[in-house]
Design a protein around this ligand. Structure first.
Ligand SMILES: *Cc1c(COP(=O)(O)O)cnc(C)c1O
Length: 405
């Protein structure tokens, strides 16, 4: 771990410089790519010392790699954590953390509405290891407190919640968790460390799907975990080393490149999302708009408290049914129909039949995921062009439903 700076620099500077010292790499301005599976030892004795942990140095890239190390040190600094680990996907990161924190018959408290595959993993853990999960909206301390059991191993939170953009008050969750000494794990994918830093609020572990805003260019699948050094040492020696969902050095290199522009990109994502929200709210074919940066959003006060800005995702309901929603998506011109988020390109998807198709209809509707709900990952294009594309598709829909429009 690089020594912590006494004076924390601005995050705009940290994304470019932290965790890397060019003097240690022959003056290379950007971190070199160590695209190697293994590392040679000068002597057999050196190999012995490395394996025994008596000498620092690399052994084999599943156990550590210099390019990956720069990424891990940088993200640790950005989230203000002691240490970090990189993984081959967001789900490799989520599973490494959940497996490391639990044993058979344990209990988990989880926010209602989480990433579909995390839900799938929790279901698998219940079936295989009898680890039960209680889902709660976490709106009050009492809601959380009433679920705590002696075997509660962790509280798992996603905020903003996909795709309805509800927020969870992290300060409130931390307050209850601390009373019982239960670790709080936050999936911070939707905000990135630029918009929200859960460790500064008192949460214990942060997870990212780096596939999204951290990479930012739609060319990498990767995951990151930030937290206490002793916990991450344990993860690195167990679920990372022995389960093996590690990141490739090239993907780590791409993430370091993407990270440099994180604040610049996020500022644009957020200001574009805000503009698109205002426009959507005025269109007669749109019945609901969910954006945490919108003062009319129910959780706007929580956004003001724990996030820098509202993020780049906007969900909205159109008037009509599932067919109309699909027709609307098909009428778009440059906006791409795709899941994933946080890319330069504006992406749009239909949660009911795509990201949340596996959720039974009843729970889906309870979560607010109707057939008319659309999720938009607002990209970096001109907001006027994004709006033009959305508007022409909405207008087509209006004409279809009412030829006099
Ligand atoms: C995409 C995503 C994940 C999973 O990450 P992958 O990189 O696709 O494995 C986990 N949580 C959230 C909130 C996500 O959006």
């Amino acid at each position: 771990m690089e020594k912590k700076h006494n004076h924390r620099r601005s995050i705009d500077t940290m994304v470019i410089h932290d965790g890397y010292d060019s003097k240690q790499f022959q003056g290379s301005l950007t971190p070199p790519l160590y695209q190697t599976s293994t590392f040679t030892f000068e002597t057999a004795e050196q190999g012995e010392r490395r394996f025994a942990g008596d000498e620092d140095g690399y052994i084999y890239s599943r156990l550590g790699n210099p390019t990956v190390k720069v990424l891990e040190e940088r993200i640790a600094q950005l989230e203000n954590g002691e240490a970090a680990l990189a993984f081959g996907s967001g789900m490799a990161a989520v599973s490494a953390v959940l497996i490391a924190l639990t044993k058979a018959n344990d209990h988990i408290i989880c926010s209602q509405g989480i990433y579909g595959c995390t839900f799938g993993l929790l279901s698998m853990m219940k079936e295989k290891y009898n680890i039960h999960t209680d889902f709660t909206s976490m709106e009050t301390e009492e809601q959380i407190r009433s679920l705590i059991k002696p075997e509660t191993a962790l509280i798992y939170v996603e905020t903003p919640i996909n795709p309805t953009m509800k927020l969870i008050d992290l300060e409130l969750v931390v307050k209850v968790a601390k009373e019982y000494d239960i670790p709080v794990v936050v999936d911070n994918t939707f905000s990135s460390p630029y918009l929200q830093q859960p460790l500064n609020i008192g949460c214990d572990i942060v997870i990212h799907s780096a596939t999204k805003y951290i990479g930012g260019h739609g060319d990498v699948i990767a995951g990151l975990v930030v937290g206490p050094m002793d916990f991450l040492d344990e993860v690195s020696m167990t679920t990372q080393k022995d389960v093996g969902g590690i990141i490739s050095p090239f993907d780590a290199w791409l993430l370091l490149r993407g990270l440099k522009t994180l604040p610049v990109r996020l500022d644009r994502h957020c200001s574009n999302a805000k503009k698109i929200t205002e426009k959507l709210k005025e269109h007669p074919m749109v019945s609901k708009v969910y954006y945490p940066g919108d003062p009319d959003h129910a959780d706007y006060p929580i956004m003001k408290k724990q996030m820098k800005q509202g993020g780049g995702l906007v969900s909205f309901e159109i008037k009509g049914d599932k067919r109309d929603a699909q027709q609307f998506l098909n009428s778009l011109s440059f906006i791409s129909i795709a899941v994933s988020l946080g890319d330069a390109e504006t992406l749009i998807q239909h949660p009911a039949t795509m990201t949340h198709a596996v959720v039974p209809e009843e729970s889906r509707l309870k979560m607010g995921i109707t057939d008319q709900l659309i999720r938009l990952s607002v990209g970096l294009e001109s907001w006027e062009d994004i709006w033009k594309d959305l508007k022409q598709a909405l207008d087509q829909l209006a004409k279809m439903q009412n030829p006099a429009y």
